[in-house]
Design a protein around this ligand. Structure first.
Ligand SMILES: NC(=O)c1ccc[n+]([C@@H]2O[C@H](COP(=O)([O-])OP(=O)(O)OC[C@H]3O[C@@H](n4cnc5c(N)ncnc54)[C@H](OP(=O)(O)O)[C@@H]3O)[C@@H](O)[C@H]2O)c1
Length: 253
């Protein structure tokens, strides 16, 4: 009898936020943490522990893993789920890396790095979340893409292609996984974060920015609000969509 009870013990459900240490990731974690259990992902243990201490989540776990090692994601994440005896119900993929360079200078290893972090890691994580180890517990996925997946920009072609891959992936994945799992992406416009700080210190860029962004400067919390909406029941009839959150910039390029 004891054996039967143990066997059917319900596993605790979590939301995994990749790159919880990013400005946008941390804002997402802070919006979602009052709503449930969170897995903070990143590769800087000190930062992850700081964020864990700062949030108001009933249960928090840390998955410390460098997403450049895409081939190892399957085994590593599977062991993490088994060891903690948990299920990932929602996945927000926030990890991203960028290199701004004209295509003629773009080395293949730079492009591989960008695609590994921005796209292939997303694919490898999803594969685990659809396996038996996750007990068909997955119900919602949100990818953080970028406005430049849909618009041209000098030096940004490989980054844009990696985010474009995400946006296309969303559509077929939404068809493949419906009705059990909803899949959407959010495309932020330019925000001041570690990734873009150098641009926001450039007065010429800022002049153009203020002309283009009809609603002024955005903050990571603006992206987090959209993510929370897409993960909530308020959006239960929405799947397969790419949502621009950009202060009106994309209608005004
Ligand atoms: N800021 C913008 O204007 C903007 C616009 C559109 C889209 N986005 C997207 O928003 C997301 C968050 O970016 P952010 O602006 O908040 O910038 P950020 O603070 O620089 O965050 C980038 C995050 O990606 C993580 N990362 C990079 N390479 C990784 C790897 N190999 N393994 C694991 N994690 C890795 C970084 O981890 P570490 O902390 O360990 O370095 C960091 O947490 C990205 O997907 C980005 O493309 C940003």
């Amino acid at each position: 009898m004891t054996f039967v009870l143990l066997y059917f013990r319900m596993k605790t459900k979590y939301t995994l936020v990749s790159a919880s240490t990013s400005a946008i990731g941390e804002a997402i974690v802070s919006k979602l943490s009052p709503l449930g259990n969170i897995i903070l992902h990143g590769r800087n243990q000190e930062e992850l522990e700081r964020i864990a201490r700062s949030i108001n989540s009933s249960k928090t776990l840390i998955w410390n893993f460098d997403l450049l090692n895409v081939e190892e994601i399957g085994n590593n994440l599977t062991s993490f789920l088994n060891k903690n005896e948990i299920i990932i119900e929602q996945f927000v993929h926030c990890a991203g890396t960028i290199k701004i360079l004209p295509v003629k200078h773009f080395r293949l290893d730079f492009a591989r790095e960008i695609f590994n972090v921005n796209f292939f890691s997303a694919l490898e994580i999803i594969k685990v979340l659809l396996l038996k180890v996750n007990e068909k517990g997955l119900s919602n996925i949100v990818y953080i893409s970028a406005m430049f997946s849909k618009f041209g920009d000098k030096g940004n072609s490989v980054y844009a292609a990696s985010k474009g891959a995400i946006d296309s992936f969303v559509k077929s994945l939404a068809v493949e996984l419906a009705p059990k799992v909803r899949v959407n992406s959010v495309l932020p416009g330019g925000l001041r974060t570690r990734m873009t700080n150098h641009l926001f210190e450039d007065t010429e860029y800022m002049e153009k920015y203020h002309n283009k962004y009809l609603l002024g400067e955005g903050i990571p919390d603006d992206i987090a609000s959209m993510v929370r909406f897409l993960l909530s029941n308020e959006s239960k009839w929405i799947t397969g969509q790419n949502y621009m959150v950009d202060g009106g910039c994309s209608i005004h390029l």
